[in-house]
Unconditional design. Structure first.
Lengths: 204, 384
């Protein structure tokens, strides 16, 4: 492992910490679009989780090496053919779904490869986003930090939209968490929530 | 180019300096995969850095088709004698000899000092020539393992290599799972494609049909199949480059500014290839070249498992770094991904990087900041 201090939940990005809470110790995890690998490193160090990250970006890949995790350079758009069906306990896709071209395919691939899928995304239905559209502009915020012309986000959705997609893909939602400033939102989540987290499995 | 934090890149790198080859004589017979036996043999090798007290910091670097034991440093009183992977191996370099004890060894059948076709067969008193037995990657690993015993190394921190060298690294993890902690398999494949074997066979045919070849016993006739070896190298060299890199380096440039309407050298690429061919024909032994290409063709660890590479890797314990280069069409990224898939199927620790490069198969030998930084970062994580 690297000589830098072990990651604690306090310095793990809050949205990743929320996902980490869902992962049972000792399980096998596939983290799609794993960034610098800090979630996997945290899970490995604190929960004895074995896993792999998938990442396409060169700099992120190198950062994964610095974090000492297993990482496979691969384009998620081309599917998960390197991974056998049912070979992972959890397949994670954090804040990447909205930037993917083949949205439906990746959800189906997650259901094929993992016993459970975990997805997080910025809720386009958040009231401030809606307000900016009503006022005549594409929304920009901490969760959506791009201009309309330079955004990688091509498939933004609301909570309701994502739940429709889950039905379409035969995914059964096991748990949903909605947050605003990383605090839970229970009242009118599709309007008040900034980030959404879903844990789901294949419907039998 | 990519941006990487300067903290990791600002390293003081220098050469390992002047190096001297060493020899080990092995008197126990080596049973070869072909059924033949080598009663005794010797291996030439070089080492860089210091073996630590725990003997836990050894890295074996396996060479490719035309490589040898001289990986890094220079020979005293010999100009232009830099090792073939000097940009990778040295103090502060990605394979840091301040931390690791690095070993390079010339494989059996080679022509740089280890027992091979040019060596004297003690039973006849003449060079082996064509009678030198065909050796395989498995045989090489056996011989390398004997060297490791000689050096007192029970387990390698890592075994690494590019191309045919990567195949040896893989074979080690299969044959000696307890003796390899990490394998770095670069620009390699789990076996050769038909196209790849075809290239090798054309190269072999060039040598075998050279009138100076004399069935491999050209030493006795005091001649060399230079034309054949030269053609073999020219063909091989084309396949180690990419269309893009050749276009960038040579394009349609002419030696002189006008066409000569003849068959002499006109285009720069012709000049380059002929030069490379000539240089190689002076340095390399044709019988060794034949043997090395055969070892490539035969490598196929999945064969004994009905082609199931995942099954072949079932007993493997090593951690892996697999790397490929986007423009490498002789050992394409797809072939590296097959290896990765087999490792994933066995729940082994593996990382895979597909490196952007336009330099074809030769990329693994080139100085590429990002590629080297990945190797450095990977090796930094190895506890010794």
């Amino acid at each position: 492992m690297n000589d830098t201090a072990a990651l604690s939940v306090a310095n793990l990005r809050p949205d990743l910490a929320a996902i980490a809470e869902w992962i049972q110790p000792g399980k096998k995890v596939l983290d799609l679009g794993c960034g610098d690998g800090s979630l996997l490193r945290y899970l490995h160090e604190t929960k004895d989780v074995f896993g792999y990250g998938v990442e396409i970006n060169d700099q992120n890949l190198l950062n994964c090496f610095y974090n000492g995790i297993n990482v496979i350079q691969n384009d998620l758009e081309s599917g998960l053919s390197s991974f056998e069906s049912g070979s992972f306990d959890y397949v994670i896709l954090s804040q990447t779904l909205q930037a993917m071209r083949h949205t439906e395919d990746i959800i189906k691939e997650m259901l094929r490869v993992g016993k459970q899928g975990i997805v997080s995304f910025p809720n386009f239905g958040y009231w401030r986003n809606r307000l900016q559209v009503i006022l005549g502009q594409m929304p920009m915020s901490k969760a959506l930090p791009y201009h309309w012309y330079d955004t990688p986000n091509i498939h933004l959705c609301t909570l309701n939209d994502f739940e429709d997609l889950c039905r379409r893909c035969d995914a059964r939602i096991l748990e949903r968490r909605v947050t605003s400033n990383y605090r839970p939102v229970h009242f009118l989540p599709n309007l008040m929530g900034v980030l959404a987290f879903y844990r789901f499995e294949r419907a039998k | 180019m990519r941006q990487t934090s300067s903290h990791h890149l600002m390293q003081d790198t220098k050469s390992v300096g002047v190096v001297t080859p060493q020899y080990v004589h092995i008197d126990s017979p080596l049973q070869l995969k072909s059924g033949a036996t080598l009663d005794r043999y010797h291996l030439v090798y070089e080492t860089y850095g210091q073996l630590n007290a725990a003997k836990s910091n050894a890295i074996l670097i396996c060479h490719a088709l035309s490589g040898n034991h001289h990986i890094a440093g220079v020979y005293a009183d010999k100009e232009k004698s830099q090792g073939w992977w000097d940009n990778m191996v040295g103090p502060g370099k990605p394979v840091d000899t301040d931390r690791f004890f690095v070993i390079g060894v010339n494989n059996l059948g080679g022509c740089h000092g280890s027992t091979g076709p040019t060596s004297i067969d003690s039973t006849t008193g003449k060079p082996y020539g064509a009678s030198f037995p065909v050796v395989t990657v498995e045989d090489w690993v056996e011989a390398q393992e004997k060297l490791s015993q000689h050096l007192g190394i029970e387990q390698f921190a890592a075994i690494m290599g590019g191309s045919l060298g990567g195949m040896q690294a893989m074979q080690w993890t299969l044959d000696y799972p307890e003796k390899v902690r990490h394998a770095l398999v670069i620009a390699a494949a789990a076996n050769l494609t038909a196209q790849n074997i075809a290239f090798n066979d054309v190269a072999r045919q060039a040598i075998l049909t050279d009138q100076e070849f004399y069935g491999g016993n050209y030493y006795a006739f005091e001649t060399l199949p230079r034309r054949g070896l030269r053609l073999a190298r020219m063909l091989g060299h084309i396949t180690y480059l990419s269309d893009d890199s050749m276009a960038a380096k040579f394009g349609r440039s002419l030696k002189r500014n006008e066409l000569s309407f003849g068959y002499d050298v006109e285009f720069e690429i012709e000049s380059y290839l002929r030069y490379q061919g000539d240089k190689f024909a002076d340095l390399f032994d044709a019988n060794s070249y034949l043997l090395m290409t055969k070892a490539l063709d035969y490598f196929n660890p999945a064969y004994a498992y009905n082609g199931d590479l995942s099954a072949a890797f079932r007993g493997v314990k090593a951690n892996f770094l697999v790397m490929s280069f986007t423009s490498d069409w002789r050992f394409s990224p797809e072939r590296s991904r097959e290896i990765v898939k087999a490792l994933l199927d066995n729940n082994l620790n593996v990382s895979y990087a597909e490196i952007d490069s336009n330099q074809g198969h030769d990329s693994f030998l080139m100085e590429n900041r990002y590629y080297h930084e990945l190797v450095r970062a990977y090796l930094n994580n190895i506890t010794i």
